[in-house]
Design a protein around this ligand. Structure first.
Ligand code: GTP
Length: 157
């Protein structure tokens, strides 16, 4: 099953948005497979954002991520990478629609509350970086109600 990496950034933690954000992913029907509240070192933040190292905002971005605790999560479900990005909304809060996390809770691109993997390949790399000891293997008992096409339900008459 597809997995994605989601990080609530320091502003999201400081503003008390952790429960709200988890709620949106849970209510959609995705399963939480990993969860850590942590402070990251500068070198770790630089590694996570290494693809952006040439960008003029890179140092500010790294400062932002190391400025406080973050919540690192792995969510699982059908098309969770692309759908997770839709739940988050456009990266720039000026462009993110109301109803999305950035659309509802952010104003500045440099304080946009949440990160979500942008591809299945990025998700695989980011989960390996943030969860080197692996994630938790469990199945929700609600899953047959959420994704009925993937299982055979008993027929009742
Ligand atoms: P993430 O999910 O956070 O990785 O965003 P993204 O993949 O949609 O965008 P990108 O990788 O281009 O940018 C990563 C992060 O850098 C964004 O979420 C912003 O926090 C920050 N960022 C991107 N563009 C700018 C910018 O122009 N100015 C500033 N200050 N920050 C930026």
């Amino acid at each position: 099953m597809e997995q994605t990496f989601i990080m609530i950034k320091p502003d999201g933690v400081q503003r008390g948005l952790v429960g709200e954000i988890i709620c949106r992913f849970e209510k959609k029907g995705f399963s939480l497979k990993g969860l850590k509240l942590m402070n990251v070192e500068r070198a770790f933040a630089e590694k996570h954002y290494e693809d952006l190292s040439a960008k003029p905002f890179f140092n500010g971005l790294v400062e932002y991520i190391v400025s406080g605790s973050v919540v690192a999560m792995v969510w699982e479900g059908k098309d969770v990478v692309a759908t997770g990005r839709k739940i988050i909304g456009a990266t720039n809060p000026s462009e993110s629609a109301p109803g999305t996390i950035c659309g509802d809770f952010a104003v500045e691109i440099g304080r946009n509350v949440i990160h979500g993997s942008d591809s299945v390949e990025s998700a695989r790399k980011e989960i390996a970086l943030w969860f080197p000891d692996g994630t938790v293997n469990w199945q929700s008992s609600l899953h047959p109600r959420i994704a009925p096409l993937q299982i055979t339900l008993p027929i009742t008459h």
